[in-house]
Design a protein around this ligand. Structure first.
Ligand code: NAP
Length: 339
């Protein structure tokens, strides 16, 4: 069988690294589009760099995307690039619209002109549901985003449907719910909690790593968080990238909700993470109003029945396993730095 070529846009991110490993195991030729500013040596794909062809490009620049597609003629494109942090999307509202929304649109246009038979995976998000009145959410649940990130994702998602219908492109959209891993960015809640629990367990009461306010994540043996009652559906990123690939092997471009269906509060996350190293979370977590979003996202929990039925996809990693994996990873990292 002919070797397939996949172009991964956003290859240096959490999902990009897991997807690269997965597609290499399926014998794909991988092209990674990355920005000139991406730090490859310290990136999540540094260990794979001799197996990847790299192209410089930016979602802000249509020509760099079109030129990469023209040069490599990919069979599949995975668009994982974004200003991906919902909490920061008020501060970076225009950048979020430009990269997360119009950036995806630039890819569709480039594909339309340069290689219209190329299949595209678009990383849509549960943040598009905003404040859902229906719980759990599936592919028919109405969208009502409550932050600039959700709105930008919805723009990209809507344009995908329009391009599928109008130009007969193949753009499959995965509405992915929160997915985490040891490779999650440090500003995301789960990673802050895992890092905080590991630091405090190892006796580090003031950390080197900083939060989004530019302050130590751990200060005087505590971490500062926002709304402890926020409820999320957290899964493992390594399980979710497989669903992305499955969507592009399906006969038609569809939208799929991907999540675990298991909903937990931030409070439960803290309990699990600190508990996994024998600590009482209540002694180490404080609420700081600066971390409360201007408008909170509602209870997002996935009904992934369609993905299970049509693609045969199911998550494999439980919430407890995920949290334990993240805390253990942070413990190892911190100990390594201490040596
Ligand atoms: P991530 O770790 O933040 O990675 C984002 C990637 O986008 C990085 O490789 C970054 O490259 C790249 N990027 C940012 N701006 C770019 C630009 N202008 N041009 C080209 N590349 C750019 O995100 P992730 O967690 O892997 O998520 C992957 C995708 O799924 C994102 O679109 C995210 O919004 C979406 N999503 C994620 C979740 C989740 O829970 N993780 C849930 C739903 C949807 P640099 O190295 O140059 O910064």
């Amino acid at each position: 069988m002919k070797q397939k070529t996949a172009l991964i846009i956003g290859i240096t991110g959490q999902d990009g690294s897991y997807l690269t490993e997965f597609l290499l195991s399926k014998n794909y030729k991988i092209i990674g589009l990355m920005r000139k500013t991406s730090a490859l040596p310290s990136s999540l794909i540094a260990h794979l760099s001799n197996k990847i062809h790299f192209a410089y490009g930016d979602l802000l620049d249509t020509f760099s995307i079109a030129e990469t597609i023209r040069s490599y003629q990919p069979d599949e494109i995975y668009n994982l690039a974004a200003q991906s942090y919902p909490g920061e999307s008020w501060r970076l509202a225009i950048e979020t619209a430009e990269i997360t929304g119009i950036g995806a649109h630039r890819i569709y246009e480039a594909v339309r002109y340069v290689k219209p038979d190329c299949r595209i995976y678009q990383a849509s998000s549960s943040e598009m549901f905003g404040m859902p009145t229906i719980v759990p959410q599936n592919e028919h649940t109405p969208f009502e985003p409550v932050n600039p990130y959700g709105a930008a994702k919805l723009y990209a998602h809507t344009m995908a449907q329009i391009y599928n219908k109008s130009y007969k492109l193949f753009i499959a959209c995965g509405i992915l719910f929160n997915h985490e891993s040891p490779r999650r960015g440090m500003h995301f809640l789960t990673q802050k909690v895992a890092y905080g629990a590991a630091c405090i367990k190892l006796g580090i009461l003031n950390s080197l790593d900083l939060n989004e306010q530019g302050e130590p994540i751990v200060q005087s043996g505590t971490i500062a968080l926002g709304n402890l009652d926020a409820r999320r559906d957290w899964g493992f990123a390594g399980d979710y990238v497989e669903a992305m690939w499955m969507m592009l092997q399906h006969k038609t471009p569809e939208t799929y909700v991907i999540g675990t269906g298991d909903v937990r509060t931030v409070r439960q996350l803290c309990e699990e993470a600190f508990g996994s190293v024998g600590l009482d979370w209540q002694k180490h977590v404080v609420v700081d109003p600066r971390f409360i979003r201007l408008t909170e996202t509602g209870t997002t929990v996935a009904d992934a029945t369609k993905a299970k039925t049509e693609l045969g996809w199911s998550p494999r990693t439980s919430f407890s396993e995920l949290v334990k994996m993240m805390v253990e990873h942070q413990m190892k990292q911190i100990k390594r730095k201490q040596e």
